[in-house]
Design a protein around this ligand. Structure first.
Ligand code: FES
Ligand code: FES
Length: 160
């Protein structure tokens, strides 16, 4: 398989890697960089478990080739906390019981962060739309939506 050299910035750290041209960004994140917080579910763009931020926007990393991400900035769930302090989204997911088995949680958090980047004060309908590509088989979504709404209020307060 043909290979290519790519440069990525992941959670603020720069990496230069040689990768087969058919390697997905998800494979690079999990297997080459060891950032296993990003989950591998369907690998077909259906479940959202692999959601990361590419230049601040949520994408399914199983559908992005690593070579397509060359020169871009990536944020994974490992990049959410800062110096041991959880991001408000993480803290509120815990407080609101928006996590059960936890498999969807990293992707859900990144989808939520992408939503708040674009729309800091979303309505419940907008939150539902923002996470429509992320499947959760456990929670019924109600607590997740409540948690994202609460986190948006905390983030807004922090910015004042
Ligand atoms: S693993 Fe990427 S969408 Fe399911
Ligand atoms: S908490 Fe189990 S899939 Fe969402």
């Amino acid at each position: 398989m043909k290979e290519s050299t790519i440069s990525l910035k992941v959670n603020g750290d720069s990496y230069t890697l040689r990768v087969p041209v058919n390697r997905t960004l998800l494979q690079v994140i999990r297997e080459d960089l060891g950032l296993t917080g990003t989950k591998e579910g369907c690998c077909e763009g259906e479940c959202g478990a692999c959601t990361i931020l590419l230049d601040g926007r949520p994408v399914n990393s199983c559908l992005v080739l690593a070579v397509e991400a060359d020169g871009h900035e990536i944020t994974t769930v490992e990049g959410l906390s800062s110096e041991g302090v959880l991001h408000p989204l993480q803290q509120v997911f815990i407080e609101e019981g928006a996590i059960q088995c936890g498999f969807c949680t990293p992707g859900m958090l990144m989808a939520a962060l992408g939503l708040l980047n674009e729309n800091p004060s979303p309505t419940e309908e907008e939150i539902l739309k923002g996470i429509e590509g992320n499947l959760c088989r456990c929670t019924g979504y109600t607590r997740i939506i409540k948690a994202i709404k609460k986190a948006s209020e905390i983030v807004a307060q922090e910015k004042q």
